[in-house]
Ligand binder design. Sequence first.
Ligand code: S3P
Length: 444
Amino acid sequence: MSDAPARAAARYRVLPGGGVAGTFTVPGDKSISHRALMLGAIATGDTRIGGFLAGEDCLSTLGALTALGVRIERPSDTEVLVHGVGMEGLAAPTAPLDMGNAGTAMRLFTGLLAPQKFNSTLIGDASLMRRPMQRVVVPLAMMGAQIRTHDGRPPVEIRGTPHLRAIHYSLPVASAQVKSAVLLAGLAAAGRTRLTEPAPSRDHTERMLAAFGVALEREGRSIALEGGQRLTATQVAVPADFSSAAFFIVAACLAGAAGVTLTNVGVNPTRTGLLELLRRMGADIRVHERAVGGAPGAEPVADLEIRQSPLHGITVHESEVPLSIDEFPAFFVAAACASGETLVRGALELRVKESDRLAAMADGLATLGVENQLLPDGLWLRGAEGLGGGTIDSRGDHRIAMAFAVAALKASAPIEILDVANVATSFPGFVGLARAAGLRIEAL
Ligand code: S3P
């Protein structure tokens, strides 16, 4: 990518101390925005999306769908109108589809494109080209899909195979991306596809399929759907992204004496594990649920009210990891500022996110003077009274960059965070919102 050096040079400088206060709304949910575009594209009729996340990841999905012949209008930044082409309406792309930094896009598109009558190739940025794709290729190959990778990593070369067969598959890891890829392929397969998860993962795909009129059976950790079903266009109201709210939730726990309110946040219980972890640490968080109506697939939404309180370290168990999978960078910052020790195990998945998040957090926290030990599948750390300052390498990972910006609230010297351009993948406007909340952050 030609602008790669310029992107890598982008950095934040955050002055130490200060506090956060006020009422804010973070941008729309990334996972739900990706899905709304994809399901809208293969539905019959026009799907209107409100609250869409206009971040780079979702724009990669939008661009790919456009390249697949779907007409998509954007009446405003956060409103999208998808003119659905139906289950058989996608057209062959003329070039490889660039997923940018978006792992969700690459994995879900693999499931969506495997049963098409044309071939396609998926590529991404340097980080995405290193991420494991075998986890989606294995079940899709069992369905008869023909997919080639480079040692399990992108590029993902898909030879379209319109006659996939349904499978019964037990996921070896709790992964909403794998689950979603198989469900999307299952829609086009002959027979009934059944999946079983080892632990619950985010269920946005299941909810949204229901909203588009797909009959789906859920029983315990199993999900089943019959192939050949049609999707009917609908309206999707995307709530604010809990994973983006997480940075302000932690900021408020650490330095929000006057209180912070985050409005219209998606509080799907498969996403909000962080609330439970923080409460166990002593956090003062109130959840005011909003009425969302009983439409099929509706996502629960709430206003969150958070006030600073003393935190203490905890032990996080493997079963708790999937429900807060993207929140660990923010969580580790909270733990670093809590009294006592914190231990997270069973979090191997954090090593294959946009960066190796266990290593990135261990290194960054050590720079700030936090005693910690990197474990093969987790991290141990001892909370510190105050943090030091220093230079942190975010490794091009949006959530690592934002977590260390929050850490500055408890630092004694400035924190400089390198390689932050990818914050725009999930949280456009982060710096402006963080400044409005009280962080003394500037983008350099
Ligand atoms: C996502 C699922 C999670 C998460 C990612 C978004 C999704 O990944 O980490 O940021 O939208 O389905 P896994 O399903 O691989 O755990």
